[in-house]
Design a binder for this molecule. Sequence first.
Ligand code: 1PR
Length: 551
Amino acid sequence: MPTVHLLDYVAGNVRSLVNAIERVGYSVEWVRSPEEVANADKLILPGVGHFGHCLSQLASAGYMAPIRAHIESGKPFMGICVGLQALFEGSSEDPNCPGLSVLPGKLDRFDDTSKSVPHIGWNDASCPTNPNLFGLNPDSKYYYVHSYKMPYTKGQLESQGWAVATGVYGGETFVGAIAKGNVMATQFHPEKSGVAGLRVIRAFLDGSGAAALASHPPQEVPNAGDDALVSKEGLTRRVIACLDVRTNDQGDLVVTKGDQYDVREKSDDRNVRNLGKPVEMARKYYEQGADEVTFLNITSFRDCPVADLPMLEILRLTSKTVFVPLTVGGGIRDTVDTDGTKVSALEIATMYFQSGADKVSIGSDAVIAAEEYYASGKTLFGNTAIEQISKAYGNQAVVVSVDPKRVYVPKPDATRHHTVKTSYPGPKGEEYCWYACTIKGGRETRDLDVVELTQAVEAMGCGEILLNCIDKDGTNSGFDLELIRQVKAAVRIPVIASSGAGNPGHFEEVFRETTTDAALGAGMFHRGEYTVQQVKEELKARGLVVRQFEG
Ligand code: 1PR
Protein backbone atom coordinates (compact mmCIF):
# COMPACT_ATOMS: atom_id res chain seq x y z
CA MET A 1 0.00 0.00 0.00
CA PRO A 2 1.41 3.46 -0.82
CA THR A 3 1.91 5.63 2.23
CA VAL A 4 1.24 9.17 3.33
CA HIS A 5 2.76 10.86 6.37
CA LEU A 6 0.43 12.41 8.87
CA LEU A 7 1.63 14.88 11.44
CA ASP A 8 0.77 13.85 14.99
CA TYR A 9 1.23 16.96 17.10
CA VAL A 10 -1.87 17.72 19.16
CA ALA A 11 -4.68 15.86 20.76
CA GLY A 12 -7.26 15.76 18.02
CA ASN A 13 -9.52 13.38 16.30
CA VAL A 14 -7.49 12.03 13.42
CA ARG A 15 -9.08 8.59 13.48
CA SER A 16 -11.59 9.59 10.78
CA LEU A 17 -8.81 10.97 8.61
CA VAL A 18 -6.86 7.71 8.90
CA ASN A 19 -10.00 5.77 7.98
CA ALA A 20 -10.61 7.99 4.96
CA ILE A 21 -6.99 7.67 3.78
CA GLU A 22 -7.17 3.88 4.12
CA ARG A 23 -10.47 3.86 2.29
CA VAL A 24 -8.85 5.41 -0.78
CA GLY A 25 -6.07 2.82 -0.73
CA TYR A 26 -3.18 4.41 1.21
CA SER A 27 -1.68 3.66 4.58
CA VAL A 28 -0.60 6.18 7.18
CA GLU A 29 2.83 6.64 8.66
CA TRP A 30 3.00 8.96 11.61
CA VAL A 31 5.40 11.85 11.92
CA ARG A 32 6.09 12.05 15.65
CA SER A 33 9.12 14.34 15.73
CA PRO A 34 10.37 17.26 13.63
CA GLU A 35 13.25 15.14 12.31
CA GLU A 36 10.77 12.65 10.83
CA VAL A 37 9.22 15.31 8.56
CA ALA A 38 12.17 14.84 6.20
CA ASN A 39 11.10 11.18 5.67
CA ALA A 40 7.78 12.26 4.24
CA ASP A 41 7.03 12.38 0.55
CA LYS A 42 3.36 13.32 0.90
CA LEU A 43 2.65 15.18 4.14
CA ILE A 44 -0.74 16.00 5.66
CA LEU A 45 -1.14 18.56 8.43
CA PRO A 46 -4.48 18.03 10.16
CA GLY A 47 -5.78 20.28 12.90
CA VAL A 48 -8.96 21.02 14.77
CA GLY A 49 -9.95 23.50 17.41
CA HIS A 50 -8.03 26.57 18.47
CA PHE A 51 -5.52 28.21 16.11
CA GLY A 52 -3.25 29.35 18.93
CA HIS A 53 -3.34 25.96 20.62
CA CYS A 54 -2.39 24.13 17.40
CA LEU A 55 0.24 26.62 16.22
CA SER A 56 1.92 26.96 19.59
CA GLN A 57 2.12 23.14 19.82
CA LEU A 58 3.71 23.04 16.37
CA ALA A 59 6.14 25.81 17.23
CA SER A 60 7.16 24.52 20.64
CA ALA A 61 7.72 21.02 19.27
CA GLY A 62 9.97 22.47 16.56
CA TYR A 63 7.82 21.64 13.53
CA MET A 64 7.56 25.07 11.87
CA ALA A 65 10.89 25.04 10.01
CA PRO A 66 10.65 21.39 8.84
CA ILE A 67 7.10 21.97 7.51
CA ARG A 68 8.24 25.09 5.62
CA ALA A 69 11.20 23.11 4.25
CA HIS A 70 8.88 20.33 3.09
CA ILE A 71 6.66 22.84 1.28
CA GLU A 72 9.64 24.65 -0.27
CA SER A 73 11.11 21.35 -1.49
CA GLY A 74 8.09 20.94 -3.79
CA LYS A 75 6.89 17.71 -2.15
CA PRO A 76 3.08 17.27 -1.87
CA PHE A 77 1.55 18.98 1.15
CA MET A 78 -2.05 19.07 2.33
CA GLY A 79 -3.50 21.09 5.22
CA ILE A 80 -6.91 20.39 6.70
CA CYS A 81 -9.02 22.85 8.74
CA VAL A 82 -6.52 24.48 11.14
CA GLY A 83 -3.97 22.92 8.77
CA LEU A 84 -5.21 25.39 6.13
CA GLN A 85 -5.35 28.27 8.59
CA ALA A 86 -1.74 27.55 9.61
CA LEU A 87 -0.55 28.45 6.10
CA PHE A 88 -1.54 32.11 6.59
CA GLU A 89 0.21 34.76 8.65
CA GLY A 90 -2.02 34.56 11.70
CA SER A 91 -5.53 34.63 13.15
CA SER A 92 -7.44 36.98 15.43
CA GLU A 93 -8.23 33.84 17.46
CA ASP A 94 -4.73 34.26 18.90
CA PRO A 95 -3.13 37.45 17.56
CA ASN A 96 0.20 36.71 19.25
CA CYS A 97 0.69 33.39 17.57
CA PRO A 98 2.21 33.52 14.06
CA GLY A 99 1.28 31.12 11.29
CA LEU A 100 3.59 29.58 8.70
CA SER A 101 3.16 32.66 6.43
CA VAL A 102 3.18 30.63 3.24
CA LEU A 103 0.31 32.89 2.15
CA PRO A 104 -0.45 36.49 3.06
CA GLY A 105 -3.44 37.41 5.22
CA LYS A 106 -4.96 36.85 8.66
CA LEU A 107 -8.08 35.00 9.68
CA ASP A 108 -10.93 36.63 11.56
CA ARG A 109 -14.08 35.45 13.31
CA PHE A 110 -17.43 35.07 11.57
CA ASP A 111 -19.84 37.82 12.58
CA ASP A 112 -22.45 36.27 14.90
CA THR A 113 -24.91 39.16 15.07
CA SER A 114 -27.36 37.45 12.76
CA LYS A 115 -26.12 33.88 12.44
CA SER A 116 -24.83 31.01 14.53
CA VAL A 117 -21.10 30.65 15.09
CA PRO A 118 -19.33 28.20 14.73
CA HIS A 119 -20.27 27.66 11.10
CA ILE A 120 -21.20 23.99 11.27
CA GLY A 121 -22.54 22.06 8.33
CA TRP A 122 -22.36 21.35 4.65
CA ASN A 123 -21.46 24.22 2.36
CA ASP A 124 -19.79 24.90 -0.98
CA ALA A 125 -16.19 24.94 -2.11
CA SER A 126 -16.60 26.61 -5.51
CA CYS A 127 -13.60 27.46 -7.59
CA PRO A 128 -14.50 29.54 -10.65
CA THR A 129 -11.05 29.31 -12.20
CA ASN A 130 -10.67 25.54 -11.67
CA PRO A 131 -14.12 24.03 -11.04
CA ASN A 132 -12.76 20.53 -10.48
CA LEU A 133 -9.79 21.58 -8.38
CA PHE A 134 -8.50 18.45 -6.59
CA GLY A 135 -11.72 16.58 -7.32
CA LEU A 136 -14.01 19.36 -6.11
CA ASN A 137 -17.39 19.46 -7.76
CA PRO A 138 -19.54 22.60 -8.00
CA ASP A 139 -22.64 20.52 -7.20
CA SER A 140 -21.16 18.83 -4.13
CA LYS A 141 -21.23 20.00 -0.53
CA TYR A 142 -18.45 19.75 2.05
CA TYR A 143 -18.51 19.56 5.84
CA TYR A 144 -17.21 22.65 7.64
CA VAL A 145 -16.86 23.33 11.32
CA HIS A 146 -15.05 26.55 12.25
CA SER A 147 -15.55 29.94 13.88
CA TYR A 148 -12.61 31.69 12.18
CA LYS A 149 -12.22 32.05 8.45
CA MET A 150 -9.92 33.50 5.84
CA PRO A 151 -12.02 36.25 4.25
CA TYR A 152 -12.04 36.08 0.48
CA THR A 153 -11.09 39.10 -1.62
CA LYS A 154 -11.59 38.46 -5.28
CA GLY A 155 -8.39 38.20 -7.29
CA GLN A 156 -6.01 38.74 -4.37
CA LEU A 157 -4.66 35.22 -3.90
CA GLU A 158 -5.27 34.37 -7.55
CA SER A 159 -2.88 37.16 -8.57
CA GLN A 160 -0.18 35.16 -6.74
CA GLY A 161 -0.98 32.00 -8.62
CA TRP A 162 -3.35 30.35 -6.12
CA ALA A 163 -6.55 28.63 -7.16
CA VAL A 164 -9.18 29.48 -4.54
CA ALA A 165 -12.48 27.73 -3.79
CA THR A 166 -14.96 29.64 -1.66
CA GLY A 167 -18.15 29.26 0.31
CA VAL A 168 -20.59 31.86 1.59
CA TYR A 169 -22.04 31.85 5.09
CA GLY A 170 -24.46 34.55 6.23
CA GLY A 171 -23.17 37.04 3.66
CA GLU A 172 -19.48 36.38 4.37
CA THR A 173 -17.42 34.79 1.60
CA PHE A 174 -14.58 32.69 2.98
CA VAL A 175 -11.77 30.56 1.63
CA GLY A 176 -12.91 26.92 1.49
CA ALA A 177 -9.85 25.46 -0.27
CA ILE A 178 -6.66 26.69 -1.89
CA ALA A 179 -4.06 25.11 -4.11
CA LYS A 180 -0.88 26.05 -5.91
CA GLY A 181 1.92 23.78 -7.13
CA ASN A 182 2.55 21.13 -4.50
CA VAL A 183 0.30 22.71 -1.84
CA MET A 184 -3.39 21.98 -1.30
CA ALA A 185 -5.46 22.87 1.75
CA THR A 186 -9.09 22.71 2.77
CA GLN A 187 -10.97 24.59 5.46
CA PHE A 188 -13.61 21.83 5.30
CA HIS A 189 -13.04 18.30 6.50
CA PRO A 190 -12.69 16.06 3.43
CA GLU A 191 -12.63 13.00 5.69
CA LYS A 192 -16.12 13.92 6.95
CA SER A 193 -17.54 15.01 3.61
CA GLY A 194 -18.76 11.68 2.32
CA VAL A 195 -17.79 10.53 -1.15
CA ALA A 196 -17.23 14.15 -2.26
CA GLY A 197 -14.51 14.50 0.37
CA LEU A 198 -12.90 11.14 -0.39
CA ARG A 199 -12.49 12.36 -3.99
CA VAL A 200 -10.43 15.32 -2.75
CA ILE A 201 -8.19 13.13 -0.61
CA ARG A 202 -7.66 10.73 -3.50
CA ALA A 203 -6.81 13.58 -5.92
CA PHE A 204 -4.16 14.78 -3.47
CA LEU A 205 -2.71 11.34 -2.78
CA ASP A 206 -2.57 10.02 -6.35
CA GLY A 207 -1.16 13.29 -7.69
CA SER A 208 -3.99 13.80 -10.19
CA GLY A 209 -5.09 17.05 -8.48
CA ALA A 210 -1.67 18.68 -8.75
CA ALA A 211 -1.19 17.42 -12.33
CA ALA A 212 -4.53 18.88 -13.45
CA LEU A 213 -3.73 22.19 -11.77
CA ALA A 214 -0.32 22.34 -13.44
CA SER A 215 -1.92 21.90 -16.84
CA HIS A 216 -4.60 24.54 -16.14
CA PRO A 217 -3.12 27.18 -13.86
CA PRO A 218 -5.74 29.60 -12.53
CA GLN A 219 -6.60 32.40 -14.95
CA GLU A 220 -8.64 35.51 -14.29
CA VAL A 221 -11.62 35.12 -11.94
CA PRO A 222 -14.94 35.47 -13.75
CA ASN A 223 -17.22 38.26 -12.54
CA ALA A 224 -20.00 37.23 -10.18
CA GLY A 225 -23.13 36.75 -12.24
CA ASP A 226 -21.09 35.88 -15.31
CA ASP A 227 -20.44 32.47 -14.01
CA ALA A 228 -22.73 30.11 -12.14
CA LEU A 229 -19.69 28.67 -10.39
CA VAL A 230 -19.17 31.70 -8.17
CA SER A 231 -20.55 30.59 -4.82
CA LYS A 232 -23.76 31.89 -3.27
CA GLU A 233 -25.17 31.23 0.20
CA GLY A 234 -24.63 27.52 0.28
CA LEU A 235 -25.19 26.11 3.76
CA THR A 236 -27.61 23.19 3.51
CA ARG A 237 -30.37 22.18 5.91
CA ARG A 238 -28.71 19.59 8.09
CA VAL A 239 -30.64 16.36 8.74
CA ILE A 240 -29.33 14.14 11.53
CA ALA A 241 -30.22 10.55 12.39
CA CYS A 242 -30.05 9.70 16.08
CA LEU A 243 -29.60 6.26 17.58
CA ASP A 244 -30.38 5.73 21.25
CA VAL A 245 -28.32 2.70 22.23
CA ARG A 246 -28.48 0.50 25.32
CA THR A 247 -28.13 -3.09 26.45
CA ASN A 248 -31.43 -4.92 26.51
CA ASP A 249 -32.49 -7.45 29.13
CA GLN A 250 -30.85 -10.25 27.13
CA GLY A 251 -27.51 -8.42 27.22
CA ASP A 252 -27.45 -7.36 23.54
CA LEU A 253 -26.53 -3.87 22.52
CA VAL A 254 -29.51 -2.52 20.59
CA VAL A 255 -30.87 0.63 19.07
CA THR A 256 -33.97 1.49 21.02
CA LYS A 257 -36.47 4.32 21.04
CA GLY A 258 -38.80 5.56 23.69
CA ASP A 259 -42.03 7.46 23.95
CA GLN A 260 -41.35 10.40 26.19
CA TYR A 261 -38.16 8.54 27.21
CA ASP A 262 -39.87 5.25 28.14
CA VAL A 263 -38.04 2.71 25.99
CA ARG A 264 -39.89 -0.41 27.18
CA GLU A 265 -42.66 -2.16 25.23
CA LYS A 266 -46.18 -1.42 26.40
CA SER A 267 -46.92 -5.18 26.53
CA ASP A 268 -46.82 -7.05 29.86
CA ASP A 269 -43.23 -8.27 29.46
CA ARG A 270 -42.02 -4.61 29.25
CA ASN A 271 -38.94 -5.61 27.21
CA VAL A 272 -36.60 -2.91 25.99
CA ARG A 273 -37.68 -2.06 22.42
CA ASN A 274 -35.18 -3.50 19.99
CA LEU A 275 -35.11 -1.66 16.68
CA GLY A 276 -31.85 -3.00 15.26
CA LYS A 277 -28.06 -3.07 15.43
CA PRO A 278 -26.22 0.24 15.91
CA VAL A 279 -23.38 -0.15 13.37
CA GLU A 280 -25.63 -1.42 10.59
CA MET A 281 -28.26 1.23 11.19
CA ALA A 282 -25.68 4.04 11.20
CA ARG A 283 -24.39 2.83 7.87
CA LYS A 284 -27.90 2.62 6.46
CA TYR A 285 -28.60 6.23 7.41
CA TYR A 286 -25.27 7.38 5.95
CA GLU A 287 -26.22 5.71 2.69
CA GLN A 288 -29.61 7.40 2.80
CA GLY A 289 -27.85 10.76 2.98
CA ALA A 290 -27.83 11.59 6.71
CA ASP A 291 -25.60 14.63 7.26
CA GLU A 292 -24.52 13.38 10.68
CA VAL A 293 -25.12 10.39 12.89
CA THR A 294 -25.54 10.68 16.65
CA PHE A 295 -25.27 7.81 19.13
CA LEU A 296 -26.70 8.33 22.59
CA ASN A 297 -25.62 5.77 25.10
CA ILE A 298 -28.78 6.19 27.14
CA THR A 299 -27.88 4.05 30.14
CA SER A 300 -24.17 4.97 30.08
CA PHE A 301 -23.25 1.28 30.62
CA ARG A 302 -23.06 1.85 34.32
CA ASP A 303 -21.43 -1.41 35.38
CA CYS A 304 -18.83 -1.71 32.69
CA PRO A 305 -15.09 -0.87 32.89
CA VAL A 306 -14.58 2.36 30.99
CA ALA A 307 -12.01 0.94 28.56
CA ASP A 308 -14.46 -1.79 27.54
CA LEU A 309 -17.34 0.57 26.83
CA PRO A 310 -19.24 -1.17 24.02
CA MET A 311 -19.76 2.25 22.44
CA LEU A 312 -16.03 2.46 21.69
CA GLU A 313 -16.25 -0.60 19.45
CA ILE A 314 -19.41 0.74 17.83
CA LEU A 315 -17.55 3.94 16.94
CA ARG A 316 -14.48 2.09 15.67
CA LEU A 317 -16.58 0.00 13.32
CA THR A 318 -18.92 2.80 12.24
CA SER A 319 -16.15 5.29 11.47
CA LYS A 320 -14.62 2.86 8.96
CA THR A 321 -17.63 3.11 6.66
CA VAL A 322 -19.50 6.26 7.64
CA PHE A 323 -17.74 9.41 6.39
CA VAL A 324 -19.94 12.05 7.99
CA PRO A 325 -19.58 13.49 11.50
CA LEU A 326 -20.27 11.12 14.38
CA THR A 327 -21.41 12.35 17.76
CA VAL A 328 -21.50 10.22 20.87
CA GLY A 329 -23.25 10.99 24.14
CA GLY A 330 -24.02 9.32 27.44
CA GLY A 331 -21.87 8.97 30.53
CA ILE A 332 -19.43 11.75 29.73
CA ARG A 333 -18.56 12.93 33.20
CA ASP A 334 -15.87 12.38 35.82
CA THR A 335 -16.35 8.87 37.04
CA VAL A 336 -14.84 6.08 39.10
CA ASP A 337 -14.02 2.93 37.15
CA THR A 338 -15.07 -0.54 38.27
CA ASP A 339 -11.58 -1.07 39.79
CA GLY A 340 -11.82 2.16 41.79
CA THR A 341 -9.61 4.28 39.48
CA LYS A 342 -10.78 7.83 38.86
CA VAL A 343 -11.42 8.60 35.19
CA SER A 344 -12.02 12.18 34.11
CA ALA A 345 -14.65 13.27 31.60
CA LEU A 346 -11.78 14.46 29.40
CA GLU A 347 -10.22 10.98 29.45
CA ILE A 348 -13.55 9.39 28.49
CA ALA A 349 -14.01 11.94 25.69
CA THR A 350 -10.46 11.21 24.49
CA MET A 351 -11.26 7.51 24.22
CA TYR A 352 -14.33 8.34 22.16
CA PHE A 353 -12.39 10.70 19.87
CA GLN A 354 -9.66 8.11 19.39
CA SER A 355 -12.29 5.58 18.42
CA GLY A 356 -13.77 7.78 15.69
CA ALA A 357 -16.15 10.26 17.33
CA ASP A 358 -16.00 13.85 16.09
CA LYS A 359 -18.10 15.37 18.85
CA VAL A 360 -19.13 14.32 22.33
CA SER A 361 -22.50 15.16 23.78
CA ILE A 362 -22.90 15.91 27.47
CA GLY A 363 -26.27 15.70 29.22
CA SER A 364 -26.67 15.39 32.99
CA ASP A 365 -23.22 16.68 33.84
CA ALA A 366 -23.89 19.92 31.95
CA VAL A 367 -26.96 20.61 34.09
CA ILE A 368 -24.99 20.14 37.31
CA ALA A 369 -22.18 22.34 35.96
CA ALA A 370 -24.67 25.08 35.03
CA GLU A 371 -26.20 25.01 38.50
CA GLU A 372 -22.74 25.44 40.02
CA TYR A 373 -21.98 28.25 37.54
CA TYR A 374 -24.97 30.27 38.75
CA ALA A 375 -24.36 29.37 42.41
CA SER A 376 -20.85 30.82 42.10
CA GLY A 377 -22.07 34.08 40.54
CA LYS A 378 -21.25 32.98 36.97
CA THR A 379 -17.62 32.18 37.70
CA LEU A 380 -15.74 29.84 35.41
CA PHE A 381 -13.10 27.75 37.16
CA GLY A 382 -12.00 25.75 34.12
CA ASN A 383 -12.71 22.44 35.82
CA THR A 384 -15.97 21.37 34.19
CA ALA A 385 -16.10 18.65 31.55
CA ILE A 386 -17.28 21.18 28.99
CA GLU A 387 -14.38 23.57 29.65
CA GLN A 388 -11.77 20.85 29.72
CA ILE A 389 -12.92 19.03 26.59
CA SER A 390 -13.48 22.23 24.58
CA LYS A 391 -10.06 23.50 25.60
CA ALA A 392 -8.38 20.31 24.41
CA TYR A 393 -10.45 19.58 21.32
CA GLY A 394 -12.15 22.87 20.44
CA ASN A 395 -15.68 24.16 21.11
CA GLN A 396 -16.99 22.46 17.99
CA ALA A 397 -16.29 19.07 19.57
CA VAL A 398 -18.60 19.65 22.55
CA VAL A 399 -22.36 19.32 22.23
CA VAL A 400 -24.72 19.71 25.16
CA SER A 401 -27.78 17.49 24.99
CA VAL A 402 -30.74 19.08 26.76
CA ASP A 403 -33.69 17.01 28.02
CA PRO A 404 -36.35 19.56 28.94
CA LYS A 405 -39.90 19.10 30.13
CA ARG A 406 -42.74 21.63 30.10
CA VAL A 407 -43.88 23.18 33.39
CA TYR A 408 -47.13 25.13 32.95
CA VAL A 409 -47.86 28.36 34.80
CA PRO A 410 -50.88 30.70 34.59
CA LYS A 411 -48.77 33.83 34.08
CA PRO A 412 -45.11 34.74 33.63
CA ASP A 413 -44.64 36.15 37.14
CA ALA A 414 -45.78 32.88 38.68
CA THR A 415 -42.19 31.64 38.31
CA ARG A 416 -38.68 33.09 38.30
CA HIS A 417 -37.97 31.13 35.11
CA HIS A 418 -37.98 32.20 31.47
CA THR A 419 -41.46 31.47 30.16
CA VAL A 420 -43.08 31.33 26.75
CA LYS A 421 -46.70 32.07 25.92
CA THR A 422 -47.89 28.78 24.53
CA SER A 423 -50.49 27.96 21.90
CA TYR A 424 -50.94 24.61 23.65
CA PRO A 425 -52.29 25.45 27.12
CA GLY A 426 -51.67 23.18 30.10
CA PRO A 427 -54.15 20.84 31.83
CA LYS A 428 -55.72 23.68 33.78
CA GLY A 429 -55.77 26.03 30.81
CA GLU A 430 -52.42 27.63 31.79
CA GLU A 431 -51.23 29.84 28.93
CA TYR A 432 -47.55 29.97 29.83
CA CYS A 433 -44.86 27.40 30.36
CA TRP A 434 -41.18 27.16 31.09
CA TYR A 435 -38.90 24.32 30.16
CA ALA A 436 -37.29 22.58 33.11
CA CYS A 437 -33.99 20.77 32.59
CA THR A 438 -33.79 17.16 33.66
CA ILE A 439 -30.96 14.74 34.37
CA LYS A 440 -30.58 10.95 34.35
CA GLY A 441 -32.62 10.43 31.19
CA GLY A 442 -35.49 12.61 32.37
CA ARG A 443 -35.94 10.86 35.70
CA GLU A 444 -34.97 13.89 37.80
CA THR A 445 -36.23 17.43 37.16
CA ARG A 446 -34.08 20.38 38.28
CA ASP A 447 -34.86 23.99 39.11
CA LEU A 448 -33.02 25.24 36.02
CA ASP A 449 -34.62 26.34 32.77
CA VAL A 450 -33.37 25.85 29.23
CA VAL A 451 -32.39 29.49 28.78
CA GLU A 452 -30.26 29.35 31.93
CA LEU A 453 -28.69 26.04 30.94
CA THR A 454 -27.87 26.91 27.34
CA GLN A 455 -26.43 30.32 28.20
CA ALA A 456 -24.27 28.79 30.94
CA VAL A 457 -22.88 26.05 28.71
CA GLU A 458 -22.25 28.50 25.88
CA ALA A 459 -20.15 30.53 28.32
CA MET A 460 -18.23 27.37 29.26
CA GLY A 461 -17.27 26.65 25.65
CA CYS A 462 -19.97 24.32 24.35
CA GLY A 463 -20.16 24.56 20.54
CA GLU A 464 -23.64 23.26 19.80
CA ILE A 465 -26.93 22.44 21.54
CA LEU A 466 -28.84 19.21 20.93
CA LEU A 467 -32.31 20.27 21.99
CA ASN A 468 -34.56 17.35 22.84
CA CYS A 469 -38.02 17.69 24.36
CA ILE A 470 -39.43 14.99 26.64
CA ASP A 471 -43.04 16.05 25.98
CA LYS A 472 -42.52 15.56 22.25
CA ASP A 473 -40.16 12.55 22.16
CA GLY A 474 -41.64 9.66 20.19
CA THR A 475 -45.00 11.39 19.65
CA ASN A 476 -44.65 11.87 15.86
CA SER A 477 -46.48 15.16 16.35
CA GLY A 478 -43.76 17.53 15.12
CA PHE A 479 -41.00 19.49 16.86
CA ASP A 480 -41.73 21.85 19.77
CA LEU A 481 -41.35 25.11 17.84
CA GLU A 482 -41.95 27.27 20.92
CA LEU A 483 -39.05 25.63 22.75
CA ILE A 484 -36.75 25.91 19.74
CA ARG A 485 -37.51 29.62 19.25
CA GLN A 486 -36.84 30.33 22.93
CA VAL A 487 -33.44 28.61 22.89
CA LYS A 488 -32.42 30.06 19.51
CA ALA A 489 -33.08 33.53 20.89
CA ALA A 490 -30.95 32.79 23.97
CA VAL A 491 -27.67 31.63 22.37
CA ARG A 492 -25.40 32.28 19.37
CA ILE A 493 -24.11 28.72 18.99
CA PRO A 494 -25.93 26.33 16.62
CA VAL A 495 -29.01 24.46 17.84
CA ILE A 496 -30.17 21.04 16.65
CA ALA A 497 -33.95 20.60 16.95
CA SER A 498 -34.88 17.15 18.25
CA SER A 499 -37.93 15.13 19.37
CA GLY A 500 -41.30 14.72 17.73
CA ALA A 501 -40.44 14.27 14.04
CA GLY A 502 -43.02 11.96 12.49
CA ASN A 503 -42.86 12.78 8.78
CA PRO A 504 -40.82 14.84 6.27
CA GLY A 505 -43.26 17.75 6.60
CA HIS A 506 -42.18 18.21 10.23
CA PHE A 507 -38.63 18.86 9.07
CA GLU A 508 -39.84 21.42 6.58
CA GLU A 509 -41.94 23.05 9.30
CA VAL A 510 -39.08 23.38 11.78
CA PHE A 511 -36.74 24.86 9.14
CA ARG A 512 -39.38 27.30 7.91
CA GLU A 513 -40.87 28.32 11.24
CA THR A 514 -37.71 28.63 13.32
CA THR A 515 -34.08 29.51 12.71
CA THR A 516 -32.85 26.10 13.87
CA ASP A 517 -29.49 25.08 12.46
CA ALA A 518 -30.25 21.38 12.09
CA ALA A 519 -33.03 18.88 12.74
CA LEU A 520 -32.82 15.37 14.10
CA GLY A 521 -35.10 12.37 13.75
CA ALA A 522 -35.06 8.94 15.33
CA GLY A 523 -38.21 6.81 15.58
CA MET A 524 -39.63 7.58 12.14
CA PHE A 525 -36.37 6.37 10.58
CA HIS A 526 -35.93 3.34 12.85
CA ARG A 527 -39.47 2.10 12.31
CA GLY A 528 -38.94 2.39 8.54
CA GLU A 529 -41.80 4.86 8.09
CA TYR A 530 -39.60 7.28 6.13
CA THR A 531 -36.01 7.36 4.97
CA VAL A 532 -33.58 10.23 5.41
CA GLN A 533 -33.57 10.51 1.63
CA GLN A 534 -37.33 11.07 1.59
CA VAL A 535 -36.95 13.88 4.11
CA LYS A 536 -34.34 15.52 1.93
CA GLU A 537 -36.37 15.11 -1.24
CA GLU A 538 -39.30 16.78 0.47
CA LEU A 539 -37.12 19.67 1.69
CA LYS A 540 -35.68 20.09 -1.78
CA ALA A 541 -39.11 20.00 -3.41
CA ARG A 542 -40.14 22.81 -1.05
CA GLY A 543 -37.21 24.96 -2.10
CA LEU A 544 -34.81 24.31 0.80
CA VAL A 545 -31.15 23.56 0.04
CA VAL A 546 -30.02 20.06 1.02
CA ARG A 547 -26.97 17.93 0.41
CA GLN A 548 -27.59 15.09 -2.02
CA PHE A 549 -25.98 11.79 -1.20
CA GLU A 550 -23.27 10.83 -3.69
CA GLY A 551 -22.81 7.10 -4.02
O1 1PR B 1 -26.83 12.34 30.91
O2 1PR B 1 -24.65 12.73 29.80
O3 1PR B 1 -25.27 10.45 30.54
O4 1PR B 1 -26.38 11.49 28.63
C1 1PR B 1 -27.45 10.63 28.44
C2 1PR B 1 -28.00 10.91 27.08
O5 1PR B 1 -28.98 9.92 26.80
C3 1PR B 1 -28.66 12.27 26.96
O6 1PR B 1 -28.28 12.85 25.75
C4 1PR B 1 -30.15 11.96 26.94
O7 1PR B 1 -30.82 12.81 26.04
C5 1PR B 1 -30.20 10.52 26.43
N1 1PR B 1 -31.28 9.73 27.03
C6 1PR B 1 -31.30 9.29 28.28
N2 1PR B 1 -32.42 8.54 28.46
C7 1PR B 1 -33.07 8.53 27.30
C8 1PR B 1 -34.33 7.83 27.03
O8 1PR B 1 -34.90 7.94 25.94
N3 1PR B 1 -34.84 7.10 28.00
N4 1PR B 1 -32.72 9.50 25.13
C9 1PR B 1 -32.36 9.29 26.39
C10 1PR B 1 -32.84 10.67 24.59
C11 1PR B 1 -33.99 11.59 22.89
C12 1PR B 1 -33.49 11.81 21.56
C13 1PR B 1 -34.41 11.18 20.57
C14 1PR B 1 -35.24 12.33 20.07
C15 1PR B 1 -35.92 12.08 18.78
N5 1PR B 1 -33.47 10.40 23.42
O9 1PR B 1 -32.22 11.34 21.39
O10 1PR B 1 -33.61 10.61 19.63
O11 1PR B 1 -36.19 12.66 21.06
O12 1PR B 1 -36.86 11.07 18.90
P1 1PR B 1 -38.09 11.01 17.91
O13 1PR B 1 -37.64 11.58 16.60
O14 1PR B 1 -38.41 9.55 17.80
O15 1PR B 1 -39.18 11.79 18.55
P2 1PR B 1 -25.77 11.78 30.06
